[in-house]
Design a protein around this ligand. Structure first.
Ligand code: NAP
Length: 283
């Protein structure tokens, strides 16, 4: 059997970011604008927000951060979204998750104008995704699909198993693969015989949030294994896949870090640029 391919998200993310930067430089007029709303001072969220800010600056996207205190009310948060909805220099809006427990992420997702919804969480974009229409779709699954294409991994006709059914990863991942003619199964914490199910997958996507949950027994020989998980452990950042032993058995695998993570930010920039292009066309 040939050596497994290590799927580098860093490499593809860098290509995507360069091509967006070129497009922005070559286009006259105002640059794309991304507004990030952050409520409270969760340190991990702070790190993600500053990564997004730096990535925007590098690509030539103008970014702003609207910081609200952790005590902000739902009304105050919605008023901030409303203000950004009305700001013509803002093409994309995202609200950094998780929100403090008293705030509803679903209301926020529905409040952002669908054409500024660069996280792809608005019900209109969710509907478009499942209907096979154009729209803004969640960055992590879009990035994973682009990576499968980039490495020439067949999606059409593949049997895909996704472990995890979140609105951010599992469900949109299922919709994207279904659109591309995979036969998709979405597994979750109530799925019986998970190991047997996973071991039928040509493409196995783990979005569970449990370090090293996917061991070689879950993996078919030669399968493509995509590890979305990022858990902080005493040994550092850990994915959902027990990497070294699974590497022996699979055909292709994403590392953690350096696999899916960089693609999420690259495709957030890509969604922002797509929203900016659409705004230019609307005039
Ligand atoms: P989430 O909302 O916590 O969902 C986890 C999913 O895993 C749920 O659907 C849950 O099932 C399922 N699950 C939990 N235990 C299970 C078990 N024993 N067997 C089968 N399924 C099980 O997670 P998420 O937001 O999708 O994130 C998943 C992981 O990806 C996290 O580590 C997160 O940090 C990471 N992540 C990384 C990126 C990136 O850019 N790299 C982006 C997003 C997320 P139930 O629905 O039945 O509870």
């Amino acid at each position: 059997m040939r050596d497994p391919v290590v799927l580098s998200g860093r490499e593809l993310a860098s290509e995507v970011r360069k091509s967006l930067a070129l497009e922005i430089t070559a286009t006259a007029g105002r640059p794309p604008g991304l507004a990030v709303v952050m409520v409270g001072d969760d340190p991990a969220s702070g790190v993600y927000v500053s990564m997004k800010e730096k990535a925007c600056a590098k690509a030539g996207i103008s970014s702003s951060i609207a910081r609200l205190p952790g005590t902000a009310t739902q009304d105050e948060l919605l008023r901030e979204i409303e203000r950004l909805n009305g700001d013509d220099s803002v093409d994309g809006i995202l609200c950094q998750l998780p929100l403090p427990g008293h705030l509803s992420p679903d209301s926020v997702a529905s409040a952002i104008l669908p054409w500024k919804d660069v996280d792809g969480f608005h019900p209109v974009n969710v509907g478009k995704l499942w209907r096979g229409e154009e729209g803004l779709f969640p960055c992590t699954p879009v990035g994973i699909t682009a990576m499968l294409d980039h490495y020439g991994i067949a999606i059409d006709g593949a049997r895909a198993v996704i472990v995890g059914r979140s609105n951010i990863v599992g469900k949109p991942m299922a919709a994207l693969l279904l659109r591309r003619h995979s036969t998709v199964t979405v597994a979750h914490s109530h799925t019986p015989d998970l190991q047997d199910l996973c071991s039928t997958a040509d493409i196995l996507i783990a979005a569970v949030g449990k370090p090293r949950f996917i061991t070689p027994d879950f993996v078919k020989y030669g399968a493509t294994v995509i590890d979305v998980g990022t858990s902080r452990t005493a040994d550092g950042l850990s994915g959902d896949v027990d990497y070294e032993p699974v590497l022996e058995k699979c055909g292709a695998i994403t590392p953690v870090p350096g696999g899916v993570g960089p693609l999420t930010i690259a495709f957030l920039l890509s969604n922002t640029v797509a929203a900016w292009r659409a705004a230019r066309i609307r005039g």
